[in-house]
Design a protein around this ligand. Structure first.
Ligand code: SF4
Ligand code: SF4
Length: 79
C-alpha cells in the first residue's frame, strides 16, 4: 500500500495564455511577478508563455489571481 501526499500546484492553460494580449506593450507575464516562491518563469523571454515548476509550486493561488486572462488553474492530486 502506498501513501499518497496531497499536492496542489498551478497549471497553465496554453490555449488561453497569450502574453501579447495580457500585456500588449511589454509582453510580461503578471503571474511571474506575483509568485513569491519564484517558481514561474518566462524562460524564453517576454512575449513567450511562462513555465511553472510544478514540483516546487506551493499552490498558493497568487499567480492565478494575477493572470488577467484566467489562463492559470490550480490542480489538486492525491488524497
Ligand atoms: S499566464 Fe496569464 S499573465 Fe501570464 S502570460 Fe499567460 S495570460 Fe499573461
Ligand atoms: S500557485 Fe503560488 S507558488 Fe505556485 S506558481 Fe502560482 S504563485 Fe507560484
Amino acid at each position: 500500500m502506498s501513501i499518497q501526499t496531497k499536492k496542489t500546484f498551478a497549471i497553465l492553460n496554453f490555449k488561453d495564455c497569450d502574453p501579447g494580449r495580457c500585456d500588449p506593450e511589454n509582453g510580461v507575464c503578471a503571474a511571474v511577478a506575483a509568485c513569491a516562491h519564484k517558481v514561474i518563469y518566462q524562460i524564453d523571454g517576454v512575449f513567450e508563455q511562462p513555465m511553472i515548476n510544478q514540483n516546487l509550486c506551493q499552490g498558493c493561488w497568487d499567480c492565478m489571481d494575477a493572470c488577467p486572462l484566467d489562463a492559470i488553474q490550480i490542480k489538486n492530486i492525491g488524497s
